[in-house]
Design a protein around this ligand. Structure first.
Ligand SMILES: [Zn+2]
Length: 233
């Protein structure tokens, strides 16, 4: 696994070399590129030693904090969380595919339709691939959705303002622009709500793709739900 971090224009690579049987600790400056390698005998990256081994590198402390955060997210008690896949760095094509599916109000995982129950509520699961659309993390999904909601509304704000100012300069009707943008900023979060929820799901799926165990758990949950419905009828 390689993790690349870009900090203040410098490229950092943390490389996990499982095949090596000894500690490899090196830091070298190669023009603009700084490379750090951290491995231990058992192949695990030693997060706690990053800053210790490179006290002269201020960014090493930052790297350590980022690493620690990722570790906490990955290893922490996830509560109701059902997804346990490894974090990955997605490719550009995957990013574009997942986000365009979300914007078209389709399942970011498989592109299946019918993932919206009502404008403010997703279906519990995708009818096509069976993915639980909040992945067992309802609160995170709603909060993450809000983040994308704000981003989309702000982008709309900036784009409309820019277009109007450029098109009408120097006779920009500022009062009209102000009132229309206020109205747009009230309406936009409502319009973007379902897409925002799905965009957060897209990001989540890109960084933590569902593994077979996770998909199996959804299939089993759906099966037992069907069974209990049949029994109650
Ligand atoms: Zn799906």
């Amino acid at each position: 696994m390689s993790l690349f971090l870009f900090v203040h224009g410098a490229s950092w690579a943390v490389d996990r070399r499982i095949e090596e049987n000894a500690d490899v600790r090196s830091s070298r400056r190669d023009r603009q590129i700084q490379v750090l390698l951290f491995t231990s005998a058992d192949g695990e990256v030693r997060r706690s030693e990053i800053a210790e081994n490179f006290p002269e590198e201020p960014t090493a402390r930052l790297l350590e904090s980022v690493w620690k955060y990722a570790e906490v997210i990955h290893a922490g008690d996830p509560g109701e969380m059902t997804s346990r896949g490894e974090m990955v760095v997605p490719g550009l094509r995957d990013v574009l595919r997942a986000f365009s599916r979300a914007l078209l109000l389709r399942c970011p995982n498989c592109g299946g339709p019918k993932v919206i129950r009502r404008w403010f509520a997703l279906e519990p699961c995708c009818a096509k691939c069976g993915l639980q659309l909040d992945r067992g993390e309802m609160d995170d999904n709603v909060i993450g959705g809000m983040y994308f909601n704000i981003v989309l509304a702000e982008l709309l704000f900036a784009a409309v303002l820019l277009i109007v100012v450029i098109a009408m300069w120097p006779h920009v009707p500022w009062a009209g622009v102000e009132y229309s943008l206020i109205a747009a900023m009230i309406i936009a979060p409502i319009i973007f709500y379902p897409a925002s929820r799905l965009m957060w799901l897209a990001l989540d799926l890109l960084l933590r793709p569902p593994d077979a165990t996770e998909m199996e758990s959804y299939a089993n949950a759906a099966k037992s739900a069907r069974k209990s419905t049949r029994q109650s009828v």
